[in-house]
Design a protein around this ligand. Structure first.
Ligand SMILES: [Zn+2]
Length: 413
C-alpha cells in the first residue's frame, strides 16, 4: 500500500437540530466569538439570533460580522482581517462561520490572517499569484456551521479567493501588471476548522436551484477525488459512501426541500467530499470550473456540474476501473468489475453506464449541457484554457493538452 497522510477536522458534530449544542461546544474554545454570517435568509429566520442566545447562555460573548454573500474577493478578506485585528484577538477568541462555502472560506481566511501578520494582503499568501508567504502561526480556532450541502469547505484546509481586475488595481497600484482576474487558494493544514457542526436542518430553506448546484459540487468533488492521480485509501472510502448516498438523494432534495432523509444524505455527502478533496485533490471539472467562475461568473457548483460529464469522458479510458467501481455501487451486475484489470470490455461498459447515470442526474436536477446556456460567450473559450491550469487540474488522472482542452470546450459550447 502507498504511503499517505490524512488531515481532517478534529471534531465533527453531525445531526438534525444539533446547532443548538453550539454554546457548550464553543465554550471549549474560548470566551469571545467572532460570528461571521453571510445570508439574509438566516437572519430573517432567526437562526443567527438563536445561535447567539445559545452562545451567550454558555458564557461566550458574541461579536457579529455580516459579510457579502458572494464568492470571497481579496478585498473582502482584507477588510474582515482588518476588523478582526482591530479587536486585538487573543488566545481565548474564536471564529464561528455560519453560511455557505463562500462565507466559510472567507471566515477561514480571516481567522488565519488575524494571527499571521506578515504581508499586507491575503494576496501575498495566495498560491500562484502571491509573494509565497506561508501561514505559520496557528489561526484563531474556527467552528464551521455549513448552511448549504455542497462545497465541503467546513472540512478543508483551503479558502478559494478571487480577484477581478478592478480589485487588483485598487488594492495595489504598484502592481499594474496583475490585471488578469484569478481564483486561487490560501492553503495550510493549520486552516482546517477545529470543529464542524453539520446540522442538515439548516439546509431546508435552500431553494431548489442552489440545492442542485451545491449538491452537484459535492458529487463532482467525490468523483474527482476518487479518480484523482493523488487518490488515497481513506478519501476513496469516503467517496464511495458519499456517492452511494448523494446520487439518489439529490433529485429528491431538489424536488422536495423538506425531505429530512435527502437533506441529511446531502449534508453528510458534502462533508465527506470536503475531507476527500482536502486529501486527494480534484481534477478536470474543477480546473475548468475555476476559469468559468473567474471569466464568466458562473456559480461554482453550476460550473462543476456542467463540466462533470465532459470530465468523465476525458478520463473514461484511464479511469475506467474506478468508474466501473462507482457504477457497482448502484448496479449489482457491475460488481465483478472491481477486481478487473485495465480496460476490459466489461469494465469499459460499466464505466459507460456510470457516465450515463451522471448524464441522467444532471438532467434530472436541471443542469444545462452547453456552455452557452450558462452564460459563456464563445469568444471567451480561448481565455478559459490558461485559466483552467490551477491546482485542481493537476490532480486529473491524465494530462489534457491545451489543444484538446480547447476542442472539448468548443464541442461543449
Ligand atoms: Zn467544488
Amino acid at each position: 500500500m502507498r504511503n499517505y497522510s490524512f488531515n481532517a477536522p478534529r471534531q465533527i458534530v453531525f445531526g438534525w437540530g444539533r446547532r443548538q449544542e453550539i454554546g457548550p461546544l464553543a465554550a471549549e474554545f474560548g470566551r469571545r466569538a467572532f460570528l461571521v454570517s453571510g445570508s439574509r435568509t438566516l437572519e430573517s429566520r432567526g437562526v443567527i439570533d438563536e445561535l447567539v442566545a445559545h452562545l451567550q447562555s454558555a458564557g461566550v460573548d458574541v461579536l457579529g460580522f455580516m459579510v457579502a454573500s458572494r464568492e470571497p474577493q481579496v478585498a473582502d478578506v482584507d477588510q474582515l482581517v482588518g476588523e478582526f485585528r482591530s479587536l486585538a484577538p487573543a488566545t481565548d477568541d474564536l471564529v464561528i462561520a455560519v453560511g455557505g462555502g463562500s462565507t466559510i472560506d472567507l471566515a477561514k481566511a480571516a481567522a488565519a490572517l488575524a494571527t499571521n501578520r506578515q504581508g499586507k494582503s491575503v494576496e501575498d499568501f495566495l498560491e500562484g499569484v502571491g509573494r509565497g508567504l506561508k501561514i505559520t502561526a496557528p489561526p484563531l480556532p474556527l467552528i464551521a456551521l455549513p448552511t448549504t450541502a455542497g462545497t465541503g469547505s467546513e472540512a478543508t484546509k483551503n479558502s478559494v479567493i478571487s480577484s477581478n481586475s478592478e480589485n487588483a488595481d485598487a488594492h495595489d497600484a504598484a502592481a499594474p501588471h496583475r490585471t488578469a482576474p484569478y481564483k486561487k487558494s490560501l492553503r495550510s493544514e493549520l486552516m482546517v476548522p477545529r470543529l464542524v457542526v453539520v446540522d442538515p436542518e439548516l439546509t431546508v430553506s435552500v431553494p431548489p436551484r442552489t440545492t442542485a448546484f451545491t449538491g452537484m459540487d459535492a458529487i463532482t468533488q467525490l468523483i474527482e477525488s476518487y479518480i484523482s492521480r493523488r487518490a488515497a485509501p481513506i478519501p476513496q472510502s469516503l467517496c464511495l459512501h458519499g456517492l452511494k448516498l448523494s446520487i439518489p438523494a439529490l433529485p429528491v432534495a431538489v424536488k422536495d426541500g423538506s425531505s429530512r432523509e435527502a437533506r441529511e444524505a446531502m449534508s453528510h455527502a458534502a462533508l465527506l467530499s470536503g475531507m476527500a478533496l482536502a486529501n486527494s485533490g480534484l481534477g478536470f471539472a474543477h480546473g475548468v470550473a475555476a476559469a468559468l467562475g473567474v471569466t464568466c461568473n458562473v456559480p461554482h457548483g453550476l460550473a462543476c456540474a456542467v463540466m462533470l460529464p465532459a470530465a468523465l469522458r476525458v478520463n473514461r479510458e484511464v479511469s475506467s476501473r474506478q468508474l466501473a467501481e462507482l457504477e457497482s455501487l448502484f448496479d449489482a451486475g457491475s460488481s465483478d468489475v472491481s477486481v478487473g484489470r485495465g480496460s476490459s470490455p466489461n469494465v469499459l461498459a460499466a464505466a459507460d453506464r456510470f457516465i450515463a447515470r451522471i448524464d441522467q442526474l444532471c438532467a434530472a436536477v436541471g443542469i444545462p449541457t452547453r456552455l452557452r446556456d450558462v452564460g459563456v460567450p464563445r469568444e471567451q473559450l480561448d481565455v478559459l484554457v490558461p485559466g483552467s491550469r490551477g491546482n485542481s487540474m493537476s490532480g486529473n488522472p491524465r494530462d489534457v493538452s491545451d489543444v484538446e482542452l480547447r476542442e472539448i470546450l468548443e464541442r461543449l459550447w
